[in-house]
Write a protein that binds this ligand. Structure first.
Ligand code: PLP
Length: 362
């Protein structure tokens, strides 16, 4: 086998090697059934069981009790940007958005096509360098919900704490940090996440909705757009992305084997800490983009003196086995995405490389 790279891709992102190997082993003949899972009916007992097991395991790992619907959908997190207001933004009510980066802005724009919106907080005029204050007092009267992006993948920031928004339903995009730290998810009426950062491959998107809030969803939209349709049919209304759900199932079992979310949170703090330490002790050679208190533990972003040296850093990193360190095309700079599946050794190797590069070029 060729040597695996140190994969810091922002998404689709690194998957645990054990998961890839297990899937490979089952690829042609799934669990002795004589056919591949890719060829199997989604109405089969095997797929029904896989589907249900995966939903229950996800709820358990997230620390959610009963009273929630777990939906496996298509279309990525971006489709949730539109489905959320379609389902929950009624005429005369206002949807609140906290703008903390470009994904939150995209979510807000989709809602603005569909109804009344209000920007409850924004750090746009600080180039997203920090997470703005957010409290119940900043919300519009007669609010349908308040949407936040818990971890900002492109910018490299995150909410340290879930904001206090009173009784207004709180909805969060957790795409780039689900299962990476312990959060009291019962505070949310809905969370959602595209799989391809912390849950598995692209193709499946998770939406988890409190049953009592789901009852309030619109019945005046096409059935296929309704969360209720997916809930009633256990996400088997139409053909789900079965293989992506299987891969997520393997990732969830891997999380259990690693000791669950609490263990991963500790490890993620250490992993990101290795890289932030190099940035903070580089004498200005590397400059962190985000205010220290709002730094993400998943997406670590920094800049260097000029684009020339940044380009050289990327080229040399690639020659040394690192993948995916260029910042998002919209912001430039550098970004290391150290999701759950990125091993400690990869972060240690990157920290060492950064120290060495600074010594040679500083
Ligand atoms: C990647 C990402 C998205 C977009 O996900 P798609 O599945 O490509 O639609 C949305 N929000 C956040 C926070 C992301 O990290």
């Amino acid at each position: 086998m060729t040597k695996r790279l140190y994969n810091f891709n922002p998404g689709p992102a690194a998957l645990p090697l054990e998961v890839l190997e297990e899937a490979q082993e089952q690829f042609v003949d799934y669990q002795g059934t004589g056919i591949s899972l890719l060829e199997m009916s989604h109405r089969s007992h095997t797929v029904e069981e896989l589907n249900q097991e995966t939903q229950l395991l996800l709820l358990k790992l997230l620390g959610l009790p009963s009273g929630y619907e777990v939906l496996f959908m298509g279309g990525g997190a971006s489709t949730q940007f539109a489905l959320l207001p379609l389902n929950f933004l009624n005429t005369n009510q206002t949807a609140n958005y906290a703008l903390t980066g470009s994904f939150s802005e995209k979510a807000y724009k989709e809602a603005a096509y569909l109804g009344l919106t209000h920007v409850a907080a924004s750090s746009k005029d600080q180039q997203w360098r920090s997470i703005p204050e957010l409290s119940a007092a900043q919300l519009a009267p007669d609010s349908a919900y308040i949407h936040i992006t818990m971890n900002n993948t492109i910018e490299g920031s995150r909410y340290n704490e879930i904001p206090e928004v009173g009784s207004t339903p709180l909805v969060a995009d957790l795409t780039s940090e689900i299962l990476s730290r312990k959060l009291d998810l019962e505070r949310f009426s809905m969370i959602y996440a595209g799989a391809q950062k912390n849950l598995g491959p692209a193709g499946v998107t998770v939406a988890i909705i409190r049953e009592d809030w789901l009852e309030k969803a619109s019945k005046k939209i096409p059935e296929i757009m309704r969360y209720e349709t997916f809930a009633k049919n256990k996400s088997l209304f139409n053909t789900p992305p079965v293989h992506a759900i299987y891969m997520m199932n393997l990732v969830l079992k891997w999380v259990v084997n690693k000791g669950g979310v609490e263990q991963l949170e500790q490890l993620n703090r250490i992993k990101s800490g290795l890289i932030y330490d190099v940035i903070d002790h580089s004498g200005g050679f590397y400059n962190g983009i985000i205010e220290v208190n709002d730094r993400s533990h998943m997406n670590i972003t920094w800049r260097m003196a000029n684009e020339g040296i940044e380009r050289r850093f990327i080229e040399e990193s690639e020659a040394n086995g690192f993948e995916g360190l260029a910042g998002h095309r919209s912001v430039g700079g550098l970004r290391a995405s150290a999701y759950n599946a990125v091993p400690f050794e990869a972060c240690q190797a990157l920290a060492d490389f950064m120290v060495d590069f600074a010594r040679r070029n500083g």
